[in-house]
Design a protein around this ligand. Structure first.
Ligand SMILES: Nc1ncnc2c1ncn2[C@@H]1O[C@H](COP(=O)(O)OP(=O)(O)OP(=O)(O)O)[C@@H](O)[C@H]1O
Length: 150
């Protein structure tokens, strides 16, 4: 059975603020498996493609400028329900509405500096993983699985 995967990206503010380790820690300790990881500067066309559904929004140009303003950490996390649970761990889009205990609720204030992205559906995850990891991800077996899943 293929396990669900999500595309999780630490945005430039999260990298610059030193939140990479903290964010990885949360997904790792929850029990999810890291299948792809890289730090990269983002080409404008890649940021535009990633957010193409938002291209008609007034904030789209600022959003693209934000994503290309410094390196991002691109990740693929795998495990049961990782798309929906990842979104819960991340918190509401607007950090002022994010619950404490979520990543945005603990580390962000403004929607235009909300630290992290997570795929919003399994279909978006597949599209985003193909877009950000055209080279593919790393296959490995998480030997702790029987201690995480029954
Ligand atoms: N009103 C807004 N003003 C400025 N930026 C916004 C606004 N709404 C959304 N954004 C930015 O666009 C991103 C994508 O918006 P979307 O509605 O897809 O939210 P999301 O799915 O929670 O975020 P993401 O896709 O980054 O995980 C947000 O994370 C935020 O950085």
């Amino acid at each position: 059975m293929a396990m669900e995967q999500s595309y999780i990206m630490i945005k430039p503010d999260g990298v610059q603020r030193g939140l990479v380790g903290e964010i990885i820690k949360r997904f790792e300790q929850r029990g999810y498996a890291l299948k792809g990881l890289k730090i990269m500067n983002v080409q404008r066309h890649l940021a535009e493609k990633h957010y193409e559904d938002l291209s008609s929004k007034p904030f789209f140009p600022a959003l693209v400028d934000y994503i290309i303003s410094g390196p991002v950490v691109a990740m693929v996390w795998e495990g049961k329900g990782v798309v929906a649970t990842g979104r819960k761990m991340i918190g509401a889009t607007n950090p002022l509405a994010s619950e404490p205990g979520t990543i945005r609720g603990d580390f962000a204030i403004e929607v235009g500096r909300n630290v992290i992205h997570g795929s919003d559906s399994v279909e978006s995850a597949q599209r985003e993983i193909a877009l950000w990891f055209p080279e593919g991800v790393t296959e490995w077996t998480q030997v702790a699985k029987p201690w995480i899943y029954e």
